[in-house]
Write a protein that binds this ligand. Structure first.
Ligand code: ADP
Ligand code: MG
Length: 688
């Protein structure tokens, strides 16, 4: 009975292939064995015979086998035999895609389709499929088919009937490329801070090495189980993996978020509201009091500028990177979580991340790869085309620091380690939060020096905000009542008692619901606003003025071209908030304002009151640099014989030139720590 069904299955596939896939089969035959896969679209099979589709889902092993046999049996007009081919089924339509979290025991043995993002991928390495043994006693040869991961040896020799020993002849054995990957649920399918789940995928033969970490893929294959073991041996628990039949790599056209016609109408209606900009800002983390500027920046970051391709092939990012540096306990983490939930593709991670991939990516050799190297994607790769929010970014690993430079500006991460060389995409916006270097801001130190990140890294942020926790009775009372109201609102929704007064709730509830907002943002990404001449002129003027302000007292360039790019991105994002194709006057003004605020926050030289972005870039303000230079000159002048200058004389000379004794001591202290000044003997100073 079962053989007849087998035959009819094979015959059905043979009919199907000769009728509908004749060209594809011929093409495969021509390029065989360089190419060895025939792809069959699920819908074609369904049109031909829906029953075959059901069979594929329910009895995939048998069905795929029959299809492969059918292909072997087809009469080809050319002299080739398709001995060793794969049939790969793609674009499953019949059933919904299964999420990793929804996999249940009834799926075991079935053909399923999973959607995810590749998180890990091992190197491609050969795997033994048919072992060729020689009996060392009598020389008899025998073959044993290998499946699974365990090595199977002959029980006894078929020739002399003794139990070996046997020798594996590698030349005569057959191998197949093999790779293990892990996919993770895509961020847009997760809500409310859910942790994404993973599932392992076994990939073999000609589809190995196709996807890299960060790729969004659909995996079609058979769900298999294997018995878990612990130190005592086998257990009753089973784990699952997918035996991959086909991988579909989705690049641009990945459906972000489903938006219905009705929702689309609502979005367009909202976009025409005169107050839309403010309404969006008010919908960002409404439970956090204040931070007008920060919330405006978050808004623009969520909507983002437009990436550009230049004729020379290079690319300019459209994503806006922002950094919040602030005292502890002022709501930074809360804001980050909110933004990451609001973003259509948000990934939340901590700088102190526990995964080996960290923030960027890593090549590791661990249990997952069974001895092979594994390439693993970190937060910025997983957030490709979305927002990565990184809390405590100042605590990140040193290897992440260097990789982050490339990840933020070129938006890719290059890895070359062991057998792995790869370039992963990280086209995402970064929202980082950090505490000041000494835990809290010290108001007497320039702020630039208190941010514990390299200047080169800082300069890659479009906007940097510093948030200080200064006691202020009036403000504190407002924050307090705001927090009280949030808590009350939470309690009410717990108990489901409607006793709240409308005015209180108004502050806490977002004007636009998060779900709607997410769709609005996703929808806005289709709009690519262009600068109007007026907006262009305004931003150019602002930028040139800023640069000129630095020139007057010969201060080194205070503003770099990065600020101009930031302005453009911000203005574009502003236009997107009302789904407008034109970046107009008001967009330029908003961008300029917010950049001004940020410069004030961090770039202002506290001693001259001038804009000095260089302070950020080098960590030292201009006036301070002048003092350092003067002090080094004094030391060199007074240091006659090379044995050093007397500290006392240096202080006196410096005071004559207008540098206070305290400053001198501070600077000397700092320069000694950096090794710029050495003390050859107590009380004497020499420049290094
Ligand atoms: P941080 O990450 O800056 O150290 P958190 O985000 O963990 O701080 O905030 C600590 C708590 O204080 C959170 O529960 C947050 O809601 C509350 N909080 C701090 N500042 C505000 C504010 N301005 N408005 C409302 N709640 C606040
Ligand atoms: Mg925090």
């Amino acid at each position: 009975m079962s053989t007849t069904t087998q035959q009819t299955l094979s015959q059905k596939f043979e009919n199907f292939l000769t009728r509908y896939y004749k060209n594809q089969v011929m093409e495969l035959a021509k390029s065989y064995p360089q190419k060895k896969s025939l792809k069959i679209e699920f819908k074609d099979l369904n049109n031909y015979d829906p029953e075959l589709c059901d069979k594929l889902i329910e009895k995939p092993d048998k069905t795929i086998n029959s299809a492969q046999n059918a292909l072997k049996n087809i009469d080809l007009p050319i002299d080739k035999k398709l001995e060793d081919t794969n049939i790969r089924f793609i674009e499953l339509t019949k059933s919904e895609k299964v999420l990793a979290r929804n996999i249940r025991s009834h799926h075991i043995g079935q053909f399923i389709s999973l959607e995810g993002i590749i998180r890990k991928a091992t190197e491609v390495r050969p795997k033994l499929t048919k072992a060729h043994f020689e009996c060392l006693r009598c020389g008899h040869e025998q073959k044993i088919k290998q499946d699974g991961n365990d090595f199977k040896e002959p029980y006894e020799c078929n020739g002399c009937e003794r139990k070996g020993p046997f020798d594996l002849n590698e030349d005569k054995s057959e191998f197949m490329d093999s790779q293990k990957i892990q996919i993770q649920e895509v961020p847009e399918k997760l809500r409310g801070g859910e942790q994404p789940q993973d599932i392992n995928i076994q990939v073999e033969d000609d589809i190995t090495g196709k996807g890299v970490p960060g790729n969004r893929v659909i995996i079609n294959g058979i769900l298999r189980s294997y018995q878990k073991t612990n130190t005592k041996g086998k257990t009753n628990l089973f784990d699952v993996y997918v035996d991959c039949n086909s991988i579909e790599i989705k690049e641009q056209e990945f459906r972000e978020i489903e938006i219905t016609e009705q929702e689309k109408e609502k979005i367009i209606e909202l976009s025409q509201d005169e107050e839309i900009y403010q309404k969006i800002i008010d919908s960002i983390a409404p439970s956090i009091y204040g931070y007008k500027n920060v919330k405006e920046a978050m808004t623009l970051q969520l909507f983002s500028g437009v990436p550009k391709k230049l004729p020379d092939g290079s690319r300019i990012r459209g994503d806006i990177h922002t950094l919040l540096v602030g005292d502890p306990g002022i709501g930074k983490s809360q804001i980050l979580r909110y933004v990451s939930n609001l973003a259509p593709r948000g990934v939340y991670a901590s700088g102190k991340s526990s995964t080996s991939a960290g923030l960027t990516a890593a090549a590791v050799r661990d249990e997952f790869g069974d001895g092979k190297w594994t390439l693993e994607a970190g937060a910025l790769v997983l957030a490709d085309k979305g927002i990565a929010t990184i809390d405590e970014i100042d605590k990140m690993d040193s290897k992440d620091r260097s990789a982050l430079h490339e990840a933020m500006e070129q938006q890719r991460i290059s890895i070359a380690k062991a057998g792995i060389t790869a370039t992963l995409q990280s086209r995402c916006a970064l929202l980082g939060a950090a505490n000041p270097k000494y835990g809290r801001f010290d108001e007497y130190e320039p702020i630039g020096e208190q941010i514990d990140l390299e200047p080169t890294l800082l300069s890659r942020f479009d906007l940097i905000f510093t948030l200080q926790d200064e006691p202020d009775e009036d403000e504190d009372s407002k924050i307090a009542s705001h927090i009280m109201t949030s808590h009350e609102t939470g309690e009410i929704s717990h108990r489901n008692r409607g006793t709240e007064s409308d005015s209180d709730i108004g502050d806490i509830e977002p004007v636009i619901e998060p779900d709607m907002m997410r769709k609005y943002i996703a929808f806005s990404k289709q709009v690519t606003p262009v600068l109007t001449p007026d907006a262009k002129e305004q931003m150019k003027e602002f930028y040139i003025d800023l640069r000129a302000a630095g020139e007057e007292d010969e201060s080194p360039v205070p503003v770099t071209a990065r600020q101009l790019e930031a302005l453009i991105r911000l203005a574009e994002a502003s236009a997107r908030t009302r789904l407008s194709e034109d970046v107009v006057d008001v967009d330029a003004k908003r961008a300029i304002n917010i950049v001004k605020e940020c410069l004030k926050d961090v770039g202002v030289d506290p001693e001259t009151g001038e804009y000095d972005i260089d302070m950020l870039a080098t960590g030292t303000s201009k006036s301070q640099r002048d003092k350092i230079r003067a002090l080094k000159e004094i030391i060199d002048e007074l240091d006659q014989g090379g044995s050093g200058a007397s500290k006392q004389e240096v202080v006196e000379e410096a005071e004559d030139r207008g540098i206070s004794e305290k400053d001198v001591h501070d600077i000397i202290q700092r320069l000694r720590e950096k090794g710029d000044i050495i003390e050859p003997k107590t009380g004497n100073l020499r420049t290094a």
